[in-house]
Design a protein around this ligand. Structure first.
Ligand SMILES: [Fe+2]
Length: 258
């Protein structure tokens, strides 16, 4: 699998505190089936990281994983606070994209309201960036107005959901929104957003399968993320199995946002 959202760098945000913890998280990613990960430390008012600092921490991580023989390819990226990005120059913003050819990963706000969110995403599009929205299913702004995601996707944005949301890690409402987004073809990726090996461990396809979405797990965790990273057109989506059965019943019971 390819993980487009993970806090893997040591000591620069709320991810691993030490290099040893970062290596342990790298091992957990490999054990979960991840072969390629983009490390996405926070860039925002609470963690004012910049591209240079991320680069240095990334070099250290790659060396530490190499010494520990962890077979994991690590690319650089960032999880951007959208308001904070307004103060960054164009070159710096470009260096914070996911890998050399990927989009900007923009955190969906945890605040109750953010009226300018849609307009600011449009501003990034106008600058020529593609935008991948991180965990809309956990954002009060999106939970209050589910159709916001549909408008943003229609405007060209993509959405990355958190694997453990499908397992209910962030509550029933986030779980319902996540399944609704997949049902409505508004999800383009499922990532771990892992921070450590205990409280926020990497969970990807397994959670999708358990939630009755095994039919699209490969697309959401391998095929679409590969295209997102490469900057190419996304492959065709698989269609949901038409037959009845438990998976369909589960979707019908839990698959609509409020
Ligand atoms: Fe994150």
């Amino acid at each position: 699998m390819i993980d487009l959202h993970c806090h893997l760098l040591a000591g620069i945000d709320d991810g691993p505190a030490t290099s040893a913890e970062a290596v342990a998280l790298g091992e957990a990613l490999v054990a979960a089936g991840v072969t390629r990960v983009v490390t996405t430390p926070h860039v925002g008012p609470n963690y004012p990281n910049d591209a240079e600092r991320i680069h240095v921490a990334w070099l250290e991580l790659v060396a530490a994983l190499g010494r520990a023989h962890v077979p994991l390819e690590v690319l650089k990226g960032a999880e951007l606070d959208l308001l904070y990005t307004q103060g960054l120059d164009a070159e710096e913003l470009g260096r914070l994209a996911l890998g050399p050819d990927g989009p900007l990963l923009v955190e969906c706000p945890f605040s109750a309201v953010m009226p300018q969110f849609e307009q600011l995403v449009a501003g990034l599009h106008a600058m020529g960036h593609r935008v991948l929205l991180a965990h809309p299913e956990r954002s009060p702004v999106f939970l209050r107005e589910p159709e916001l995601l549909r408008r943003l996707v229609a405007a060209g944005a993509m959405a990355s959901l958190t694997g453990s949301s499908f397992a209910g890690r962030f509550g029933r409402t986030a779980q319902r929104y996540a399944t609704w987004a997949v049902d409505e073809e508004l999800a383009h990726d499922v990532s771990s957003d892992a921070h450590d090996t205990v409280k926020r461990p990497p969970v990807l396809a397994e959670a999708l399968e358990q939630a009755g979405y095994g039919w699209t797990a490969a697309w959401l965790t391998r095929e679409a993320p590969a295209a997102i990273l490469a900057g190419t057109e996304l492959p065709p989506r698989p269609t949901a199995p038409a037959a009845g059965g438990w998976a369909r019943l589960r979707r019908a019971r839990g698959g609509r946002a409020d």
